[in-house]
Ligand binder design. Structure first.
Ligand SMILES: C[S@@+](CC[C@H](N)C(=O)[O-])C[C@H]1O[C@@H](n2cnc3c(N)ncnc32)[C@H](O)[C@@H]1O
Length: 258
């Protein structure tokens, strides 16, 4: 069964991490966010809304189609006064034309079949020369083998059917580039990026995180019994590692509205 983003039990699943500094440094190599109007679309628990709001953006709109996610984001960003929380859909945001300087869609597009409608809406709400940042995994990112840092690879080693689902729902780099071009965007950069997901002090912290399926929608496709088996498989692979730095590989596309 797929994750239900509208279920109150998943409210904090995308709120429990902190974005690493390297992430914002990479974005700022290509995008000036100082004093800008930013939309974080598919904001989940607001991890990235928060980092924009704290790094010089004038205002951040945190948008999600799930009210539960928005509640999680609001709780996560409660100290910040330059964020508002708006319910909206990726292809129908309800925002006025040419309102935003910067649009982030992080880990959103693999939940979207109609990328064309989504990027058309992105073009409508961005100002001329506005920047569109998309971050997701391509099928190649998903197919990397498991290792002591790339824990996700073990999910697919243990359950190949998960890799089939993962590859099916991910858009290729060529597809993303093509749909960007069709919708009036010019690609500025495409970056392959290893992002630290979390550092666990001991294997049992990772175990706890996996058993809760925190921020890992693909694990909602496993039964509780299968998940327990997966955790034991991963523990066996990791042996006596004193601490674990978990990293995921992503692709970041940065485009400019023409
Ligand atoms: C994998 S989470 C990513 C959350 C956040 N962007 C992050 O990177 O931590 C995907 C988010 O997109 C939201 N979402 C999925 N489909 C959506 C749609 N069509 N319109 C708006 N939000 C959507 C979900 O509710 C969820 O919060």
């Amino acid at each position: 069964m797929s994750i239900d983003f509208h279920d109150q039990r998943n409210q904090t699943t995308y709120a429990s991490r902190t974005a690493e500094e390297k992430w914002m440094q990479t974005i700022q190599q290509f995008v000036d966010i100082q004093g800008k109007q930013v939309l974080d679309l598919g904001c989940g628990g607001g991890i990235y809304s928060k980092v924009f709001a704290m790094s010089g953006a004038a205002h951040v709109t945190a948008m999600d189609f799930s009210l539960e996610m928005l509640k999680g984001a609001q709780a996560n960003c409660k100290e910040l006064s330059n964020i508002d929380y708006v319910q909206g859909n990726a292809w129908d945001t309800g925002l006025v034309d040419e309102q935003m300087d910067v649009l982030l869609e992080r880990a959103l597009i693999h939940h979207i079949d109609d990328l064309d409608a989504c990027f058309q809406e992105a073009n409508r709400i961005l100002k001329s020369e506005g920047r569109f940042i998309i971050q997701d995994r391509t099928p190649e990112d998903c197919s990397l083998p498991g290792s002591e840092t790339h824990i996700r690879g073990y999910f697919f080693e243990k359950y190949p059917r998960l890799l089939d689902k993962e590859i099916n729902r991910r858009h290729s780099s060529e597809q993303v580039q093509h749909v960007l071009q069709d919708n009036g965007f010019e690609l500025i950069a495409e970056v392959s990026f290893w992002e630290t997901r979390r550092v666990y002090a001991a294997v049992n912290e990772l175990e706890e995180d996996l058993l809760k399926r925190t921020g890992r929608s693909i694990l909602h496709d496993l039964s509780d019994e299968e998940l327990v088996e997966l955790v034991s498989y991963i523990k066996n692979k990791l042996g006596d590692s004193p601490s674990i730095k978990e990293e995921d590989r992503w692709t970041i596309w940065i485009a400019k509205k023409k």
